[in-house]
Design a protein around this ligand. Structure first.
Ligand SMILES: NC(=O)c1ccc[n+]([C@@H]2O[C@H](COP(=O)([O-])OP(=O)(O)OC[C@H]3O[C@@H](n4cnc5c(N)ncnc54)[C@H](OP(=O)(O)O)[C@@H]3O)[C@@H](O)[C@H]2O)c1
Length: 300
């Protein structure tokens, strides 16, 4: 069992990773901005330290004495911190500090589609973060995931907001973007099994579930599970962009930003349908059969 530091433990995906690391018997330390969010982890025996993942002194203190570091820290939007600071500078700080502190490896969770392309600011910031981690010289593994699904949070929040808004359910574009969703439990298992896995060091691994479906199919799963019968309206992404740009200016938490709308049109699929099996030796569950039972009711 290893001494592990986890950053990003309080988010949608990080919560599941935290519990899986503890279930696996590792000695866990988390660095969080709000210790109240980590109260349940402390009860389970994790050491909770308070600090921002962009603060080198806080990260340095958190890295002392740990063997492996896992980071799920990322933001999709520029408020209150900039995407480039969090997603690109964050991994640089982490890589440099973890290396100096003597950690053996870092697992960085990223997203499929990460690329250097100014049309996609979030995806560019993720690509930069991956590069910054590699440049720091610490042995590292990047796990890029497709869409992660769970009983609460993530894309469900988006579906709940958009399906409650107006007389139609608006589908950006033609709804045919290919996705390879993976259940959060399975995605978290991959992250935990990647810790200290020598054959993954130096690699960027793209992971998804056992099915490729369209973005509209995933929305249909949600509408069916909740019994929502509103008509669907396909709106070209270019037509949604001006409204989204305005909302981004005037709202604290708009439904979608222009950058997010643009990236919904990009395929979000892994290195093959058996990507998890190829790297970890087990088969993830099929979301298509899972959602009908688990998306029926809203979980607060
Ligand atoms: N959700 C998906 O479908 C999906 C798909 C593919 C990949 N991923 C990847 O999974 C990772 C986590 O995503 P998520 O959906 O769980 O996002 P999330 O719910 O927004 O969680 C982000 C986490 O990062 C932390 N964080 C952000 N800025 C920070 C800072 N400056 N200092 C310290 N902590 C900071 C947040 O802490 P606070 O609680 O303090 O805000 C939170 O714990 C990301 O790398 C994302 O790309 C997610």
């Amino acid at each position: 069992m290893a001494r592990v530091l986890l950053l990003g433990s309080t988010g949608f995906f990080g919560r599941a990773v935290t519990h899986k690391i503890l279930d696996a018997g590792h000695q866990l330390r988390v660095l969080v901005r709000d210790p109240m969010k980590a109260a349940a982890y402390k009860v389970r025996g994790a050491q909770v330290m308070t600090g921002d993942a962009l603060n080198p002194a806080a990260v340095n203190q958190a890295c002392q004495g740990v063997e492996h570091v896992v980071s799920l820290v990322a933001v999709r939007r520029n408020k209150p911190q900039s995407m480039f600071e969090v997603n690109a500078d964050g991994p640089r700080v982490l890589g440099q500090v973890a290396k100096a502190a003597g950690a053996k490896s870092v697992v960085l969770v990223s997203a499929i589609g990460a690329r250097l392309d100014q049309k996609y600011k979030y995806l560019t910031s993720r690509w930069m973060g991956e590069q910054e981690l590699a440049k720091s010289g610490i042995p590292g593994t990047v796990l890029r995931f497709s869409l992660v699904l769970a009983e609460d949070g993530g894309i469900l929040d988006f579906f709940q907001r958009t399906s409650a808004f107006g007389p139609f359910v608006i589908i950006p574009g033609d709804g045919k973007t290919q996705m390879q969703p993976i259940l959060r439990e399975d995605a978290a298992r991959c992250v935990v099994e990647a810790i200290g896995k020598a054959d993954l060091l130096g690699k960027i691994v793209e992971l998804g579930g056992p099915e490729v479906v369209t973005s509209e199919t995933i929305y249909d799963w949600f509408l069916k599970a909740r019994g929502i019968k509103k008509p669907k309206l396909h709106v070209p992404a270019q037509l949604l962009t001006p409204g989204a740009a305005f909302m981004e200016l005037v709202q604290v938490d708009p439904i979608a930003t222009p950058d997010e709308i643009a990236s919904t049109q990009l395929p979000n699929i892994a290195d093959g349908l058996d990507s998890v099996t190829a790297h970890f030796g087990w088969r993830p569950s099929a979301p298509s059969t899972w959602v009908s039972e688990h998306w029926k009711k809203r979980i607060k």
